[in-house]
Design a protein around this ligand. Sequence first.
Ligand SMILES: [Zn+2]
Length: 483
Amino acid sequence: MEPVIHQVWWRVTQRLRRTSLLPRRSHSGCAEHISVPASTRSRHIRPTPLVSRIYQPSHLRDVGQDSRVQGEMTCKSQRLMQQAGLIHSSNPGCYYYLPATVRSMEKLVRVIDQEMQGIGGQKLDMPSLCSADLWKVSERWELMGKELFRLKDRHGIDYCLGPTHEEAVTTLVAHQTTLSYRQLPLLLYQITRKFRDEPKPKFGLLRGREFYMKDMYSFDVSEEEAYKTYESVCQAYTRLFTRLGLRCVQVQADTGNIGGKLSHEFQLPADIGEDQLLVCGNCSFSANVETMSSDRTDCPQCKTGTLVESKGIEVGHTFYLGKKYSRAFKAVFTNAQNNPSIAEMGCYGLGVTRILAAAIEVMSTEEGIRWPGLLAPYQVCVLPPKKGSKMDKAAALAEDLVHTLEKALPQLRGEVVLDDRTQMTIGKRLKDASILGYPYVIVVGQGALEETPRFEVTCQEIGEKMFLSKDGLIDLLRKVETV
Ligand SMILES: [Zn+2]
C-alpha cells in the first residue's frame, strides 16, 4: 500500500474502532471477535432446554397478598400464570412477561401473521408516541378523556401513548400522493404495545394498562369493496380461533368512540367475561347487550329462537369506518377515471396478550394451565429418574430420547425440554409439569431399562396415560403441530 494511503487508512480505521464501528484489536493483533476460544463457539448449536435453566421463578410472590396491595381482582388465568412464574406483576395493570410467556406470545404472533398475510395484510410498525395534533383532527383528543395516557415532551408539546392508530395510519396513507385504485385494497397492520389508562386494571393480562394488540387498517375503493374486505377479515379471525381450538362467537357490537357504521366483536364465552351477550339457541345470531334492548328474548334473525344471556371476553373487534378518518386526514387515491377519491376504511383489532390469557382462562383446570396446542411454550417435557434412585441408569436414556425426538421430528426442534431437576422426585416434577401444562410429558423410568424400552407418556389435554416404545412415541408426536 502507498505510504500516504496507508496513513489515511490507519487514521480512518482507528476512528472507526474508537466509535465501535470496527472491532478493537487485542494485543495479539487479532480482532477481538475472532479470538473467541473454540470451546464457546459450540454455543451456536442450540442446547437442549433444561427446566433448571429456564427463567420461570414460580411463587415469586404470594398472589393473594400481591393483588391486595394493588387492589386488583384476580381470576384463574392470572393466578395460574403468576403461580407458574409466567408473568410477574410490576405496577397496576403492567406485567413482566417471563421467557416462557414470550415464547408463547411469539407463536401467537406467527399464527396471526399467517392469517393476516393470508388475506393480503402487510405488516408495519408505527410510533407509540402519537402527536396530539393528529388526535385533535379526529376530535378524539377530547373524546378519549382519561383513558388516554398523555404526556408532554421537553418543548411542552402534547403527545399520547397510542391505544389505537387510526389517526397515525390514515396520515401515513394520506402522505402517499400517488396512491392508485390498482393498489387497493390496502391492508396495513402492526402488532405492538398499546396503552390505556384503565381506571381499574384487573384480571391480569385480561385488562391491563399496557398490552399487545394487533391492529389492522383497510383502505378500499368503494363501500361495496370495503364490505368484502371486512368480511374477509372476519373470516380470517374465525380461522385463527379455530386453529387455536378456541370457541369464539362473532357478535354484533356498538361502534363506541371509534366511530363508523358496522361493528362486530369476537367473544370467548367465559364466566368472568365482562361483556353481556345475547346468543340465539336456534341460529348463529348473537349480539352484545349494548346493541339491543336487554329485555328482548326473541331472535331478530330467525324469529323463532330464544335469546339466552351469556358472558364473554372480547378478544377481537372489527369496525367498518367508512370515510370518517379518510376524509378528516385526506386519504385520497386516484380512481379508474383518474379522479381523486376518498378511501373507504375499516379497522380490526385483536388483543394479543388478552387472547393468550383468555385461552388459559377458558382451557385451564383450577390446578393447572392448559394451552391451545399451538401456543404451548414447549410441546414436550422429558423427566429422567431421580438421582440416586434404582432407575438412575435411565438418565442417559432420557437425554438420548430428547435428541432422537428432535432428529426424527424436525417440527419439535427446541420444543422438547428436559426436566433435569433430578434432586426432585418424579412425582413432584410431574405435578409441576401439570401446572405448566406441557401438552406431552414423558417419564423415563423403570420401563426404559427393559429389553424393549417403554416410556410413560401423558397427554395432558385429555389426561390420558400411555406406555409406548420409542417408535410409538415418535408416531404419537408426529401429529403435534407447531408454528
Ligand atoms: Zn336466531
